[in-house]
Design a protein around this ligand. Sequence first.
Ligand SMILES: [Fe+2]
Length: 212
Amino acid sequence: MELLARLHTILRLNRYRRIAEKQSELLIAYDKTIESWLSALDRRDKGTEDHTNRVTQMTLKFAQAAGFRDEELADIRRGTLLHDMGKLGIPDSILLKEDKLTEEEWQVMRLHPVYAYQWLSSIEFLLPALDIPYCHHERWDGSGYPRGLIGAEIPLAARLFAVVDVWDALLSDRPYRKAWSGKDAIKYIEDQAGKHFDPQVVHEYLKMIIEY
Ligand SMILES: [Fe+2]
């Protein structure tokens, strides 16, 4: 009887171990799928992958300092990698246009967070990662898109990411302008506290940048 009970325990433990192994294999497969989507986007919109990898590292560091737990950081990582996924739905004539966009073209461009939400929200595994793809263009003062959320209505992960995303964009060369200096970028971010960005988030971010 004792031997049988021990055998049952061993079999049960083996079953749990196999389930855990399958789950971690699935997680790896999901994450590899996300990275492939990112490469697909980079094929169309050159330089996306480098920018995304930089902002992912920075956002994770910032979110960790802000007290997010490990499981939440995994979702933030996925959300950051996928933040501009919706741009796959924007026509080349708009996405790759070198001149300024017209108002009609901006209306199309502003749909990219909505596309990301529509495509990804049917994947249960990605639901907790959607705050950044859906809300990264919202602004603290309510003038952002797609929903015009105001202040703390904007999920915290998206408020953190918004600062990092703009910071990285300012410090990078663009076809129409050279990269800004760190000093000018800090001034701009400070100036946007309470307008584009959550003032508390700006305070914490600049503290991190200066210590960095
Ligand atoms: Fe975007």
